[in-house]
Design a protein around this ligand. Structure first.
Ligand code: LAC
Ligand code: ZN
Length: 459
């Protein structure tokens, strides 16, 4: 437990109004993970200098520091405990520059994705990254986890959007590499190691991002197909013939659970097919977008590549289609499931899913397998559950999902980070040299091990 002496010292840095104690934290929404706000205190520094002073103090005192953005992470990377502090970047919330000519933005780590998207939209630009948690997720957190999301098949993951960043290391020293140009080779990319490091190497305070041209108005379709081979073919043809802006995937049992839960009787018949796709295209105006989608789907319906299709006629139909993709009805129906976040090359995807389904039912036929994902880039979220919770079966079930991924060029950790939940998988699957280098780098950036201890870095 942190002493009152420490709390007073932290309050002297950030102001007592920006130190929250356990009682206040208990009343606050912890975010996705119930253990996010388990620390003794949460401090909210105003700027990079205050972040540096907090870290310098905690480093000297050996106090664990868990950096927080929007608390939407899904791998436990933001969990905090007694004896440590949470360092929230929420007050680092300035959009410092937005330069339409060079298509760049420099923002504080606490700026939410939705806010930057709106500011960029005013210049007909876009962040190039979008995800369901856009209203809460912060750019600092998204860089720290190298978030992926809906647009990654076009514009890469957040790593590919980052031009530069500023961060504070454990001892309070500042690395500031905030260039706003794409081509920049000035020695080792020491700051870039913080992308995807989930706050274990430093606290990101500012980010310089490359923006992209905004898409025109979109049209949205929900499409049913009878096999994953067909789903992948539809995705490929859509990308070749239209300005595809979203290519999302749902297994029929996932979609059926959402339709049951939310009473979507209109969409329920489509969920009887094994796979559904949510497709969006952008065009100069809404009419052009819709006719592009209609023109794309008609021949596919005729040659039976697509079993059924519906195009959203208004915003509420579009929202319903997105809910079929993003709602977590499966977890409400059968809580205590396990979920996995993998990437598979599109040419291998159908075979991979067949093998996983076969392996899981051979292991235990009472297990259910539900899949959603970002089909455009082959990122699948696999939920495995049963009528009763199976949380404690992670170690035996995880290999059923991860086996063969490396061999086919896929990944056992796609877009949700390692946090605490995938650390055992990292220790199991990452090569010895990589694990040694990770530990060595951790020692260089954070020799006292105060930054997000217990996360990511193999033991
Ligand atoms: C999704 C998030 C959770 O794809 O990654 O729904
Ligand atoms: Zn996702």
């Amino acid at each position: 437990v942190i002493s009152s002496f420490d709390v007073a010292a932290l309050a002297a840095i950030v102001g007592s109004g920006n130190v929250e104690h356990r009682a206040a934290l208990a009343a606050r929404d912890p975010g996705v993970d119930q253990e996010n706000l388990g620390a003794d205190v949460r401090v909210r520094p105003a700027d990079t200098a205050e972040v540096a002073a907090v870290l310098r103090y905690c480093n000297e005192r050996g106090i664990p520091v868990v950096p927080h953005g929007g608390r939407t992470g899904l791998s436990g990377g933001a969990r905090s405990h007694r004896g440590g502090i949470v360092l929230s970047v929420e007050r680092l919330d300035a959009i410092e520059s937005l330069d339409p000519l060079s298509r760049t933005a420099v923002v504080g780590a606490g700026v939410t994705l939705a806010r930057l998207a709106e500011a960029a939209g005013a210049h007909a630009l876009s962040v190039g990254t979008d995800l369901g948690a856009r209203d809460s997720a912060t750019l600092g957190g998204m860089v720290s986890t190298n978030a992926g999301g809906i647009g990654a098949f076009r514009h890469g993951t957040v790593r590919e959007r980052v031009l530069g960043l500023e961060a504070v290391l454990a001892d309070g020293s500042i690395v500031s590499e905030l260039g706003r140009v794409l081509k920049r080779n000035e020695g080792y990319g020491v700051e870039r190691l913080l992308i995807g490091a989930e706050g274990t190497l430093g606290v990101i305070t500012r980010v310089s991002l490359a923006l992209v041209a905004a898409d025109g108005p979109g049209a949205t379709a929900l499409v049913a197909v009878d096999s994953l081979v067909q789903a992948v073919s539809v995705a490929d043809r859509l990308r070749r013939s239209t300005n595809a802006t979203a290519i999302e995937l749902m297994s029929g049992n996932h979609a059926a659970a959402v339709c049951r839960s939310l009473g979507y009787t209109d969409l329920a018949p489509m969920a009887a097919h094994p796979w559904l796709l949510l497709l969006e295209v952008g065009a100069d105006d809404a009419t052009a977008a819709e006719s592009a989608l209609v023109g794309f789907l008609e021949p596919l319906l005729e040659d039976a590549t697509v079993a059924d299709a519906a195009i959203a006629q208004n915003a509420s139909q579009r929202d319903a289609m997105w809910r079929v993709r993003e709602d977590w009805a499966v977890d409400r129906e059968r809580p205590g499931g396990l979920w996995f976040d993998v990437s598979v090359p599109l040419s291998e995807l159908s075979h991979y899913v067949d093998v996983v389904q076969t392996r899981v039912s051979a292991h235990d036929p009472t297990l259910g397998v539900y899949i959603i994902g970002h089909l455009g880039d082959g990122n699948l979220h696999v939920t495995i559950n049963a009528p009763t919770p199976i949380t404690e079966r992670y170690a035996t079930i995880a290999p059923l999902v991860t086996e063969g991924l490396a061999e086919c060029g896929g990944s056992w950790s796609a877009e949700h980070g390692i946090g605490i939940e995938k650390k055992s998988t990292l220790e199991r699957l990452a090569g010895a040299t990589k694990q040694r280098l990770m530990r060595a780098l951790k020692d260089v950036y954070d020799p006292n091990g105060i930054l997000n201890p217990g996360k990511v870095v193999p033991g």
